[in-house]
Design a protein around this ligand. Structure first.
Ligand code: FAD
Length: 298
């Protein structure tokens, strides 16, 4: 495997293991991420990815983190890119910067702008034709922009097994997703707990003629409050029985409960022919290492 491989090509050959990181905001966070990357690199992931614009931030360090990580990794590092953070011109400049640094995989996302910024952007869109043509709204537009670039990138997109919270209907959600995926190479899902949501998503896309690989995103629940907050934002149904066990547990017991739960999720999804596993690492290696000790089919 080379670090310039396209993830779609890797998926065509075998199941993939991948980890997601976020760009650290402090020097302590940088040290933590470096340690985590070193620990997880030993597990030979097919690729890793780095988020951008968490909480609508416009000042994160994704670009620098991605490029630095790519330079020291033997596997591809995928950069998350959102419509919410950048206009067309900025996106083109970022793509130039990524390709000239050996980064050839992008996760194309709409992103979630903060309410205030969203209101200003909407006003700008209404007031100016130029602003309208330079601003992207949906991930599918970003996919098209990346495909138009002179360099060929591998492109992933997001999928929401439980339907995106802004979707007007389940049918519309699946139709837009199938259209977006037709122009991309693969999708990674939002986290979910009940595998039935993933299986239904796959069936609904197949009914629309879409058979692109959909990698399930698995979130180990080490911090129930934090993950419940994310679940609430994404419209993810939490597993009440899991929370009832986690909430009163000690930190050590929580680790064991969350690890065992994620192992079962991964095993069941792989048994259902999932094309890979994407672990939301939260920049922590310990639980990912514990989970992967038990997964022998990746
Ligand atoms: P889209 O595909 O654009 O869909 C958004 C909504 O618009 C959906 O309801 C869809 O049905 C609808 N829609 C799509 N096309 C059309 C159309 N043509 N007309 C009308 N409606 C349409 N966010 C970040 O800010 N940074 C990250 O790094 C990040 N990483 C993520 C990684 C993964 C694996 C996942 C699953 C999500 C990630 N997100 C991230 C969150 C994501 O940006 C949000 O969920 C966002 O609200 C939707 O993004 P999307 O790319 O799915 O949007």
């Amino acid at each position: 495997m080379t670090s310039t491989a396209k993830i779609g090509d890797l998926l065509a050959k075998r199941r993939t293991l991948s980890f997601e990181f976020f760009p650290p905001a402090t020097s302590k966070g940088v040290e933590q991420l470096n340690r985590t990357l070193a620990d997880l690199s030993v597990l030979n992931p097919a690729f890793v990815s780095v988020t951008t614009g968490a909480g609508g931030s416009k000042t994160d360090t994704t670009r620098d983190v991605v490029i630095e990580m790519q330079q020291k990794s033997p596997f591809p590092v995928m950069a998350h890119l959102t419509c919410a953070q950048h206009n067309r011109k900025q996106i083109r400049a970022l793509l130039d910067s990524y390709s000239s640094s050996g980064v050839f995989n992008i996760l194309a996302l709409a992103g979630d702008p903060p309410e205030e910024a969203e209101a200003v952007a909407a006003l700008e869109r209404e007031e100016s034709d130029e602003a309208a043509s330079s601003t992207l709204r949906y991930a599918s537009e970003l996919v098209a922009e990346i495909r138009n670039h002179s360099v060929v990138f591998g492109i992933g997109v997001a999928a929401h097994p439980e339907v995106h919270p802004r979707s007007t209907s389940r049918q519309a959600d699946r139709r837009y997703l199938a259209e977006k995926l037709a122009a991309a190479d693969f999708a990674i899902t939002q986290f979910f707990f009940d595998k039935a949501h993933y299986l239904r998503l796959r069936e609904e896309l197949a009914a629309l003629g879409c058979y692109k690989p959909i990698i399930p995103g698995i979130m180990p629940v080490t911090s129930p409050d934090r993950i419940a907050h994310f679940a609430n934002m994404n419209g993810t149904e939490i597993d009440r029985q899991l929370w009832d066990r986690l909430e009163p547990a000690t930190t050590q017991d929580r680790h064991k409960i969350a690890t065992d739960y994620a192992i079962t999720q991964c095993q069941e999804l792989l048994a259902e022919s999932a094309p890979g596993i994407h672990l939301y690492s939260m920049n922590q290696s310990q639980i990912c290492v514990s989970i992967l000790k038990e997964i022998h089919t990746l």
